[in-house]
Design a protein around this ligand. Structure first.
Ligand code: SAM
Ligand code: SF4
Ligand code: F3S
Length: 463
């Protein structure tokens, strides 16, 4: 078994290109717009790290940017449409400012047909590259800057690239990818096609990165992978994530550890034990269910049953009472009928998740589910979706209301976006807690007594 890894000399070559661009950079500004999941946020931090090394200043303002890079997501049609809409809007800016470089990267251009559409219909885009070419960004940019011609780098295989700069921008919180890609091929999902096969970073590299983060004042890390339960499998290891969790738990300065996602089909007893035994691992688990119907789960190629899922939840709660549980649900999978949907509602009522991330099924070209005939009409699916939200909102509000009176530890992120006279942070369950306090508490862990609860947010006062 071999995990493809980019040779050090190649990374060095990219570093040399970064130096070269920096030496002739007259103070250009760059904007990176990120769509999609935490892995993309993490990738954008790499792109921003490289841009900073190349002498770029980062900006949020499209008007003043000399380079606009869209790091895209392909998981649902609405994510892609948003990118196409935003790309269309940049046409006028490019006409006014021809030296502006516009790039599209990430999961969308990793699909050949989409890359072709961008190339053919959005002629103001200069740079198109997929997820597998991320580490080559400096040389692609150099080509675009030097030749002023369109540059395309898609396809290929994914590999691990260590040693690239990263711009951490989350204060006391950071994302750390432990693996890339996915081998599961759930029948609805585009991710394995755009992210390639599973590749795990070496535990030593992950631990070194987390140590460095702790040295910079990071207190909370979220370990990322599409299915962290198979971390290490590509290197011939079994159940390696539990060991990694324990090693990260020993790093001084790190106070909180989270991870996502976990596939229920291969969550292991040793992982649950590692969670339970490591006090720094937050009492929180994101365990995507997708559907409560065995028929639909089978058609989704999820490879577990509703009963197996219930069994895992029982065990998790036995080992970690009070653990906060969240999930992902897809409504309107082609073979889903009303009776299947009702089984999902029953699961929600029985399990009582703290919250759910729910999506209406979106056919993705190239996946098996995109070719399946749909049992329910679109209008019906939207009605089910709303019905499910109503059921869940009541449960979430009820669970939150039970927190009133508790003293919880909050990692303060700063001023609340919507209530600027308040500070905002997250509790162990990753729920937002707002309270009044001094700005100097930012990035600190603070004890807060919960005084009021709403469906999505808790309020409190410093204890
Ligand atoms: N690997 C993770 C997992 O298996 O749970 C997350 C994958 S994906 C980035 C996040 C969620 O998007 C999935 O859990 C699923 O609920 C949803 N999703 C993926 N493909 C979808 C599709 N074609 N239509 C609607 N939702 C989709
Ligand atoms: Fe997609 Fe399934 Fe892989 Fe998650 S586990 S990324 S849903 S294929
Ligand atoms: Fe989207 Fe790619 Fe993540 S498709 S959800 S950004 S892995």
């Amino acid at each position: 078994m071999r995990t493809p890894t980019i040779d050090k000399s190649e990374i060095q070559a990219q570093r040399a290109v970064m130096e070269l661009i920096k030496s002739s950079n007259p103070g250009r500004k760059a904007l990176v717009e990120t769509y999609g999941c935490q892995q993309n946020v993490n990738d954008s931090q790499r792109l921003m790290g490289m841009l900073t090394e190349m002498g770029y200043t980062l900006t949020d303002d499209r008007e003043e940017a000399d380079l606009i890079l869209m790091n895209t997501c392909a998981v649902r049609d609405n994510a892609e449409q948003r990118v196409f809409g935003n790309l269309g809007a940049l046409k006028h800016l490019k006409a006014r400012k021809p030296e502006l470089i516009i790039g599209v990267c990430g999961c969308m251009p990793q699909q050949e047909l989409v890359a072709e559409k961008i190339r053919a219909k959005y002629r103001h885009v200069d740079l198109i590259f997929g997820t597998h070419a991320l580490y080559r960004f400096p040389s692609l940019l150099a080509e675009a800057l030097e030749h002023r011609s369109r540059v395309l780098d898609i396809g290929g295989e994914g590999a691990i690239a260590e040693g690239l700069p990263v711009l951490y921008e989350g204060g006391a919180k950071a994302f750390v990818s432990v693996m890339y890609g996915c081998n599961n091929f759930c029948s609805y999902c585009i991710v394995p096609y755009v992210r390639g096969r599973e590749r795990s970073r070496l535990a030593d590299d992950v631990v070194a990165e987390v140590r460095e983060l702790a040295g910079r004042g990071v207190k909370e890390v979220m370990l990322l992978g599409q299915n962290v339960n198979s971390y290490g499998n590509d290197r011939g290891e079994t159940d390696a994530f539990a060991g990694l969790l324990r090693r990260v738990g020993e790093i001084d300065g790190i106070e909180r550890i989270r991870f996502m996602s976990s596939h229920p089909k291969d969550i292991s007893e040793s992982l649950l034990e590692a969670m339970a035994e490591c006090p720094k691992v937050c009492r929180q688990l994101h365990l995507p269910l997708q559907s409560g119907s065995d028929k639909v789960l089978k058609d989704m190629n999820r490879r577990y049953t509703a009963e197996r899922y219930r069994e895992i939840v029982r065990r998790v709660r036995e080992l970690m009472p009070g653990l906060s549980l969240t999930t992902d649900i897809i409504v309107g999978f082609p073979t889903e009928e009303r009776a299947d949907f009702e089984e999902t509602l029953k699961m929600l009522r029985d399990i009582r998740f703290d919250s759910i991330f729910s999506f209406i099924f979106s056919p993705r070209e190239g996946t098996p589910a995109a070719k399946m005939e749909s049992a329910a009409a679109d209008g019906e699916k939207s009605a089910w979706f709303q019905e499910m939200l109503d059921v869940q909102n009541e449960i979430s509000a009820e669970i939150n209301s039970r927190c009133v009176g508790e003293i919880q530890e909050i990692l303060v992120e700063g001023e609340s976006k919507h209530e600027p006279d308040m500070l905002s942070g997250r509790n162990y369950a990753n729920k937002i807690v707002n309270f009044r306090g001094d700005g100097s508490l930012k990035d600190k862990l603070v004890k807060v007594k919960i005084t009021k609860a709403q469906t999505w947010i808790l309020y409190g006062e410093q204890a």
